[in-house]
Design a protein around this ligand. Structure first.
Ligand code: CDP
Ligand code: MG
Length: 711
């Protein structure tokens, strides 16, 4: 054990399991070192960064306000009067009136009627407009006001959960209704809609799953596929599916929105449909590149933010970081260094990333008290999906986290990559929404020009497709290579994902869905987790596995508040099952249950109550081994839930398994060395199995070929 060469990569990774702990330690060290070298007082801040202004005046992030950029309010005066009358009817609507004024100030309002006309005349329309022009919040309402909700819902998909929730909240306020009534949202494991709901925001994954139950999406009169430029995996699959739905349903409107200009491709894909441009209203943004490459972008960003803050210039700051850890360190550092300074002006530092609890996320939209500057530290979530007003300064570290499929190990790895030029320009543009701004790029101009891709590779071309394959198979798409993708995924990725599904028993030797596979589609989970749940039923441990799967599917359970890190680590030790993170999770849940699901108990144990509550509605560890195929490394074997690659590879959520289990559960990859006769016997059987499989596969191939010829 193990018998197959392919597993040797995994063995290397498994040895690095303990590096998770080491990484934390390193981070602490780095923090200490940073503090030591920081001498803010007496240092000329301008010298720290060595930032220079570009000679060629690259201002791609923003354009001056011009004739075309001005908003003409007369365009839809009737509507405005109508809405004003409505809101002025009662003084109770005073608040609504200001919201109404905000709505009318948005660039999209100037073209409201033209937009509705073009939608009336066409089944599919591409809408292009700068971030903040009002696409996400207004389009749904315009369609509602134009009568589309009288025969179905207006659905609007978002690639991100945070965006779906926050936008639904905003729109329900604009409409003057309670969230979950006329305006609702649905994300995985959370449905905040009701019978009354006519405007529904949701993640693209939700709509994709809805299409499983209702392939023509009959509940909808209009679907807005928002943020299409993000090219998320689910959006790309939906493109292919919705294209077909619209051809079957002439009453359905499909609107595809994009913040960037590469919309011609969308228009062509949907059959040369019209593109509608919302005139922009942006201010010039000065773009400043770092003179030299920055070794530590966290350090560079902290210094830059402080320099801006202490410069006396007004306006909020937005810092782009690749992920949660960097965001936390950056935020902490800014706060700590400010505390060391005497009489520094007040600054509110607000982190935002998708795993952050939603009440904390909402803070970024709140206005800071007068005289207090906001400094938002965000992932690329703030690039286009969320618009925060008042940003004058953008600090761009130049990196983002991307999920990239690594065919060598057959798994997705979340890794930090340089952003693309398109990302960089979007980020810069955030500084020019409410006035002229500045964007500090923590990378050189030459890196921008020579090392960054023009646009990011769409997710579908770089990610594990196991879920997509499963979904499309269950929708009856037999030959995935014939499915109409805007950018087809590499054949290797597709085949590799099919191979994984075959390992999990979801596909048979001919590539068709097995009964297990059919069951697996039902779960909104990674195929490995679905399989784990299914297997647990046979093993009589589904109650425990259900808890573990749920715990793995919610945002982070534990938190480490600043200043109480050691205390919280000690408390966490109490739950720890040394040989298994999975069992540790189970332990946490069971103890919470024993304490009557108490939130006080959660607080005492540094556990997020909100995350735990999500787990609630929703062992034996052998089934974990069955789904998350193990890695061989003598003497112990472990399985992991997720592989995270930063500069090194880390495994998240690890459990030790018995080597014998691997041989038992995955006989085609693992075997226990045996002596003499039985070994001969095994080899004979293995040979027989392979011959049978090859026969089956060649038969399937013949069928496939003749089907393709027919088409
Ligand atoms: O989709 P697009 O980027 O074109 O704009 P939007 O998301 O509809 O945002 C329009 C405006 O709504 C923003 O400028 C914000 O002022 C406001 N908004 C908000 O205040 N809170 C939200 N959660 C979302 C939008
Ligand atoms: Mg938007």
């Amino acid at each position: 054990i193990p018998v197959k060469d392919a597993t040797s990569d995994m063995a290397i990774i498994s040895r690095k399991g303990s590096q998770l702990v080491r990484k934390h330690r390193e981070q602490k060290e780095r923090k200490k070192a940073q503090q030591k070298h920081w001498e803010l007082a007496g240092t000329k801040l301008g010298d720290i960064m060595g930032i220079k202004k570009t000679e060629d005046g690259d201002s791609s992030g923003g354009k001056p306000v011009g004739e075309d950029g001005r908003v003409d309010y007369r365009t839809d005066q009737k509507f405005a009067d109508h809405m004003k009358d409505k809101s002025e009817a009662s003084s109770e609507f005073a608040k609504k009136k200001t919201l109404l004024e905000q709505r009318q100030y948005l660039p999209i309002f100037a073209v409201r009627q033209q937009l509705l006309n073009i939608i009336r005349d066409n089944s599919i329309v591409i809408v292009v407009g700068e971030t903040g022009s009002g696409k996400t919040t207004q389009l749904t309402q315009y369609l509602h006001e134009d009568g589309y909700t009288s025969y179905g819902m207006v659905g609007c998909t978002q690639p991100r959960r945070v965006a779906a929730m926050s936008v639904a909240k905003r729109v329900s306020e604009e409409l003057g209704s309670n969230l979950g009534e006329e305006v609702g949202y649905a994300i995985r494991f959370e449905d905040c809609t009701s019978e009354k709901t006519v405007i529904k925001y949701m993640t693209d994954g939700i709509l994709l799953r809805e299409s499983l139950r209702e392939s023509d999406l009959d509940h909808y009169s209009a679907v807005i596929m928002d943020e299409a430029h993000e090219r998320s995996l689910n959006t790309d699959v939906l493109f292919g599916l919705l294209r077909e739905v619209v051809s079957r349903r002439s009453d359905l409107k499909l609107i595809v929105t994009s913040a960037t200009m590469d919309s011609d491709k969308f228009a062509a894909f949907f059959g040369n449909v019209p593109i509608f441009h919302i005139p922009g209203r942006t201010f010039p943004v000065d773009i400043l590149f770092s003179k030299t490459p920055q070794e530590d972008y966290v350090e560079a960003a902290v210094k830059q933010a402080l320099q801006i803050h202490l410069s006396g210039m007004g306006g909020d700051i937005l810092i782009f970081m690749p992920g949660q850890e960097d965001i936390e360190v950056t935020s902490d550092q800014i706060v700590e260094r400010l505390e060391d300074l005497e009489s520094a002006p007040p600054l509110t530092v607000l982190p935002i990333y998708s795993q952050l609890p939603s009440d904390l996320q909402a803070k970024i939209f709140q206005k800071a008290p007068d005289g207090v500057r906001k400094c938002i530290v965000a992932t690329n979530i703030a690039e286009t999906s969320l618009t925060v007003d008042g940003i004058m300064f953008v600090v761009d570290a130049g990196y983002c986290k991307l999920k990239v499929f690594n065919p060598r190990i057959g798994m997705d790895a979340l890794q930090v990559y340089p952003i693309s030029q398109a990302n960089a320009n979007q980020r810069a543009g955030r500084a020019g929404r409410t006035g002229p701004g500045q964007c500090y790029r923590l990378y050189t101009q030459s890196a921008f020009k020579n090392e960054m891709l023009t646009t990011t590779i769409p997710e579908i071309q770089r990610t594990n497709l196991a879920n997509v394959v499963l979904l499309l198979k269950s929708l009856g798409v037999q030959d995935l290579l014939l499915f109409h993708f805007m950018d087809p995924p590499p054949e290797d990725n597709m085949l590799n994902s099919m191979y994984q599904l075959w390992i999990l028993g979801a596909l048979d030797n001919t590539g068709s869905l097995t009964p297990t596979g059919r069951l697996m589609v039902e779960f909104p989970l990674d195929p490995a987790l679905s399989k784990m749940l299914i297997v647990s039923c046979d093993m009589g441990c589904s109650a425990d596995i259900l808890i573990i799967v749920s715990m793995l599917s919610v945002p982070a359970i534990f938190y480490r508040p600043k200043g109480r890190e050691e205390e919280s680590d000690q408390v966490r030790e109490k739950f720890s099952v040394p040989e298994s993170d999975h069992l540790t999770y189970l332990n946490v849940y069971l103890q919470w249950k024993n304490n009557n699901y108490s939130s006080i108990w959660c607080n005492e144990h540094f556990i997020h109550t909100k995350a735990m509550r999500k787990v609630r509605p929703s062992m034996c560890i052998q089934c974990i081994g069955d789904s998350l195929f193990g890695m061989g490394y003598t003497p112990d074997y472990i399985t992991y839930h997720e592989l995270v690659m930063t500069t090194k590879e880390y495994m998240q959520c690890v459990t030790a398994v018995d080597g014998e289990w691997l041989a038992e559960l995955g006989p085609m990859f693992y075997s226990v060395k045996q002596a003499g006769k039985s070994r001969m016997e095994n080899r004979r059987r293995a040979k027989e199995e392979i011959t049978n499989m090859e026969e089956e596969m060649s038969l399937a191939e013949q069928q496939l070929r003749s089907r393709r010829e027919d088409q």
